[in-house]
Design a protein around this ligand. Sequence first.
Ligand SMILES: *[C@@H]1O[C@H](CO)[C@@H](O)[C@H](O)[C@H]1NC(C)=O
Ligand SMILES: *[C@@H]1O[C@H](CO)[C@@H](O)[C@H](O)[C@H]1NC(C)=O
Ligand SMILES: *[C@@H]1O[C@H](CO)[C@@H](O)[C@H](O)[C@H]1NC(C)=O
Ligand SMILES: *[C@@H]1O[C@H](CO)[C@@H](O)[C@H](O)[C@H]1NC(C)=O
Length: 305
Amino acid sequence: MARRLSSLFVLLVLLHIGMAILVMAAPSCGPIEANDRDRIQFALNLEFLEAEFFLHAALGKGLDSIEPSFAQGGPPPIGATKANLDPVTNRIIEEFGYQEVGHVRAIIKTIGGVPRPLLNLSRDNFANIFDEAVGFKLRPPFNPYANSINYLLASYVIPYVGLVGYVGTIPSLVNSTSRSLVAGLLGVESGQDAVIRTLLYEKALLPVVPYGMTVADFTNRISNLRNALGMCGIKDEGLKVPIQLGAENRTESNILSADANSLSYSRTPPEILRIVYGSGNESNPGGFYPKGGNGRIARQFLTKV
Ligand SMILES: *[C@@H]1O[C@H](CO)[C@@H](O)[C@H](O)[C@H]1NC(C)=O
Ligand SMILES: *[C@@H]1O[C@H](CO)[C@@H](O)[C@H](O)[C@H]1NC(C)=O
Ligand SMILES: *[C@@H]1O[C@H](CO)[C@@H](O)[C@H](O)[C@H]1NC(C)=O
Ligand SMILES: *[C@@H]1O[C@H](CO)[C@@H](O)[C@H](O)[C@H]1NC(C)=O
C-alpha cells in the first residue's frame, strides 16, 4: 500500500513538472498577431539568406552583383564564398540561387521589401552549428564550402526552415494576393528541400570525411538540434528515422520530413528565429543573423528585451 502510494506521489510530482514545462513552453509555440505584410516580410529574411548562400556558392558573387537594388542598402553578407562543387551540384545550386532572386523580387513587388539583414555565412558560423549538432568540436572544423557533400549538408540547414515557415504562414494570411504569393513560394522551397534531401539520401551511408559519421547521422543530428532550438516538439526529421517516424510507420527511409499523416510540419516566426539565431531565444540574435532579422515581427522581439 505504502509502495503504491509513494509511486502515486512520484507520478503526481512528474505530472506537475510536466504541466509546469507545458505552461512555460506553450505560449512560445502558439500563433502570433501580425498582418499579411509583416508575415511575408518576415519570410524575406530567409529568402535573402538562401539567395546569398546559393548564389555565392555557385557563382562566387551574390545579390549585389545580380540585383543590387534588392538589398535596399542592407550590408553585404559575411563570409559567403564560392564552394568547391561538382558540376551537377553546381548547376542545381546556381538554379536555386536564381530562384531565390525571383522570390525576393516577387515579395518586393507584391508587398514591398525590407533592407537585407546582416548575414553571417562564414565557415566559422557553420562550423559552430555543426559542433552544436554533434555535441563536440569537429576536427578539422566543418567547412561548408569544401566539397559537394559538405555544401549539401550545410544547405540541409536552410530551405527546410523556410518551408515550415511558409506552411505556418498560409493559414494566417487574410488577403488572397498574399496567399497566392506564399503558395507559390512554398511550392518551390519544398521542391528545393526535396532535391537537397534526395541528393543527400543517395549518399546517406557514406562517411563525411574525415569525421567518421555518415551523411544520415549528420542530418539526424542537425534535425535534433533544430527541434531543440525551436522548442516545440518534433518538427524536423533526418534521412533515416525510427520506423514510427517514417511514412505510415512503415519506412526507416525519410527522404521528406513530415508528420504522422505525411503532412508538412509548420513553424511560427518565433520558432524560426530561435533556430536561425542559434540561440533558442527569439530575442537573442546570433548565428546567421548577428544583428537580428528585419521587418516588424523580428524587430519587435528584439525591442522587447
Ligand atoms: C491584397 O493585397 C494586395 C497587395 O498588397 C493589395 O493590392 C490589395 O488591395 C489587397 N486586397 C485587399 C482586399 O486587402
Ligand atoms: C560570424 O560567425 C563567427 C562564428 O560564430 C563569428 O566568429 C564572427 O564573429 C561572426 N561575425 C559577425 C560579424 O558576427
Ligand atoms: C504511427 O505511430 C504513431 C505513434 O508512434 C501513431 O500516432 C500513428 O497513428 C501511427 N500511424 C499509423 C498509420 O499507424
Ligand atoms: C530570451 O532573452 C531575453 C534577452 O536576453 C531574456 O530577457 C529572456 O528571459 C530570454 N528568454 C528565455 C525563455 O530564456
